[in-house]
Design a protein around this ligand. Structure first.
Ligand code: 5RP
Length: 262
């Protein structure tokens, strides 16, 4: 295991490495966004280069598209793929039912569209992402720029009748300017602390004009692969009700660990 990586990065890496073993030649693969998903893309790139793996990747952000092309994965659009065999992506939080908060990287809209258009969604995460109840991580919602402050005020007002602990929200910034998503929208982060009824909240948020999508992924994830800093991995399958524990042996690869910026 590369000694210069932090335990969290090692955990992210082993979860990604284990997930890459699920990918077979001929598959159309949704490629997530974020630092854990970047490990996956690197692992798949290595398999394309060294093992002759042939896949078509559908990225969930311009960042991931760029990385996928860099490592030699054939990139196609979702409309070209039409349907995917598997999507593998990170998460900001997951609970015991494998419901998720996503969007910390600002790509939740494409991520949800791609995951929903897949036979299976596999989440890769370090063990620190597991929670009993969703909500400690701020819930991102993607809003159109027109009237975003009015949308924000309406969302805050609506939260009064929801089963949440906090009701503050903040516009996500990129330095001095508002963060802009790949679709040209903004992100408002909802600091809810605890979400009592995630399914209801997701439906209510998505009914509000100006809200394009929210970062709650309910009944979308099929499996989570949890990585630990010592190389252990745990695969939980919510449909089968199975838990598989293992340990990854791997050697440092110069190609894989060079220039990882995401
Ligand atoms: C991006 C996401 C990411 O999957 C999520 O933020 C986790 O990121 P990381 O793997 O860097 O911890 O939802 O929109």
């Amino acid at each position: 295991m590369p000694s210069e990586l932090s335990p969290i990065d090692k955990a992210k890496f082993v979860s990604a490495k284990r997930a890459a073993q699920l990918v077979e030649t001929g598959m159309r693969v949704g490629l997530g966004t974020g630092s854990t998903a970047a490990w996956l893309v690197r692992c798949l790139g290595e398999m394309v280069r060294d093992d002759g793996l042939r896949i078509k990747g559908v990225p969930t952000s311009t960042r991931t598209a760029e990385l996928a092309r860099d490592v030699g994965i054939e990139v196609i659009s979702l409309d070209e793929a039409k349907w995917l065999d598997i999507t593998i992506d990170g998460a900001d939080e997951f609970d015991g039912q494998l419901n998720l908060i996503k969007g910390g990287g600002g790509a939740l809209l494409q991520e949800k569209i791609v995951a929903t258009a897949s036979d299976q969604m596999v989440v890769i995460a370090d063990v620190g992402k597991e929670v009993e109840t969703l909500g400690a991580f701020p819930l991102p919602i993607e809003v159109i720029p027109f009237g975003w402050q009015t949308t924000q005020a309406l969302v805050e007002e609506t939260l009064v009748s929801m089963d949440v602990l906090g009701r503050e929200s903040s516009l996500r910034m990129n330095g001095a300017v508002p963060f802009v998503t790949d679709e040209g929208n903004h992100i408002i982060d909802l600091h809810l602390k605890r979400i009592g009824n995630a399914r209801q909240l997701s439906l209510v948020l998505n009914q509000m004009p100006g809200v394009v999508e929210n970062g709650l992924f309910i009944d979308i994830c099929d499996r989570v692969i949890i990585g630990f800093g010592d190389g252990k991995v745990e695969v939980r399958d919510i449909n089968e009700g199975t838990v598989e524990k293992g340990q990854l042996d791997f050697v440092e690869s110069d190609n894989l660990f060079a220039d990882l910026s995401d």
